[in-house]
Write a protein that binds this ligand. Structure first.
Ligand code: ZN
Length: 187
């Protein structure tokens, strides 16, 4: 098992920075991706952007089965994830991802973020998106994602652009939630 990396949390200013494209998918990048998967599973997330482990590169990992299983078996209790089976089939890595198409139809999802511990909020986003990206072999790929997968990838691509989910909330709502994080002292 690869050792998980520490998660960068609010109010670390690196979360507001823009990540740079990956020029070459070399051994260093592949190791980073493995560390990102390990970190995501360890923390019980369904998606992670490299900036969340302090690396300003345009890399995202996702695994949606986690959330689905978690909801199903554990009524969404975030700390109960150790008995979940992780299948390699469901691991997805997106390098230099770009949204090339967004539906006008929207969906609302209660989002959370490993960098904003213990808060959740409804965010409205396009229901379906088409993403172009490189896989770990450096091959150009295109995929259409909808519902939870769409929400997840849009949330993570935002991270690569220095945007976080609370940016979509009203200032009032955002301030209340962020104060809660600072009060909990989890940073
Ligand atoms: Zn996030």
């Amino acid at each position: 098992m690869i050792k998980p990396l520490p998660i960068i949390t609010y109010p670390n200013p690196i979360l507001k920075q823009k990540s740079q494209p990956v020029a070459k998918i070399d051994a260093e990048i592949k190791t980073l991706v493995e560390q990102m998967f390990s970190t995501m599973y360890h923390q019980g997330g369904i998606g992670l952007a490299a900036v969340q482990v302090g690396v300003l590169k345009r890399i995202i990992v996702c695994d949606l089965t986690y959330e689905i299983n978690n909801h199903h078996h554990h009524h969404h209790h975030e700390n109960c994830h150790h008995d979940l089976e992780i299948s390699n089939q469901t691991q997805q890595c997106f390098i230099n991802p770009v949204i090339i198409k967004s539906s006008s139809e929207t969906s609302v999802c209660k989002e959370g973020c490993l960098s904003f511990p213990d808060i959740r909020a409804d965010v409205t986003r396009p229901k379906t998106v088409v993403i172009s990206y490189l896989n770990l072999d450096g091959e150009q790929q295109q995929v259409e994602l909808t519902d939870l997968a769409s929400t997840c990838i849009q949330h993570e691509i935002d991270h690569l652009n220095g945007i976080v989910f609370v940016d979509y909330l009203s200032k009032l709502k955002r301030d209340i939630l962020l104060k809660k994080i600072l009060k909990n002292g989890k940073f």
